[in-house]
Design a binder for this molecule. Sequence first.
Ligand SMILES: [Zn+2]
Ligand SMILES: [Zn+2]
Length: 267
Amino acid sequence: MLQFQSLATYGVEDLVANAIIYGLLATTFFMLFWVVYRKKFQPRRIQKKRKHPSASIRLEIKNSIIALMVFTVIDVLIYAAQLNGYTQIYTDIKQYGWLYLGFSVVLMILLHDTWFYFTHRLMHHPKIYRAVHKVHHLSSDPSPFAALSLHPFEVMIDAGVFVVFAFLFPVHMAALWIWQLTHLTLDVIGHLGYEIYPKGFNTHWLFKFKTPTTHHNMHHEKSNGNYGLYFTWWDRIFKTEFKNYNQVFNAIHEKVAKAEEESKIAA
Ligand SMILES: [Zn+2]
Ligand SMILES: [Zn+2]
């Protein structure tokens, strides 16, 4: 009974915390780019024609709420396993030290990126696509709320990596939160619809391995390429990166430079 109460409390706290974080992130980016500074950021818009009626934004928000609830159920199940000593989640940082904590966050990001790339490609298999991944692709011109616009089955597949983390290697609660926060922030930015990464990001010796917003936006527009989440390397290795990815990214920055030039002349 005591454990049930503790799980219920954990579930409510987990849902509220995730909903606040996701809600704040998605709403802030949406208000800044899609509403308040819409004109100012117009040159940074990735897709030329705005195909995003308000009905699809409502659908993205509804799907995100359902996804957050499914994530909570998984979090509670893992917490129950933790309470009964089945996971490797630990609470005393001194047990493994700060260096290990930092290392575990990097490891989770690398593993999650790998998990995402391969499960994402699997979800594009015609036999699975309609039942699992189609919901996410209803947003062909995504808004920040598309980040968690996922079918519950897709949430379960995505959260599968969390199960791996909790059981495979020691992971501190703080590391899990840092990873989740990083993931949610980058996911919201990846669905922003506007390119916020700077000019030359795609060709920089190091940053070219990080996906800018254009990378995932092209996946939503065309579907059969750019499957990566945080990084570009899996798409490069398996030759699934769109051939015109660099061209599209550069064209946005040409538009930005032109708009800046024009505003200088006007001033
Ligand atoms: Zn997406
Ligand atoms: Zn996809």
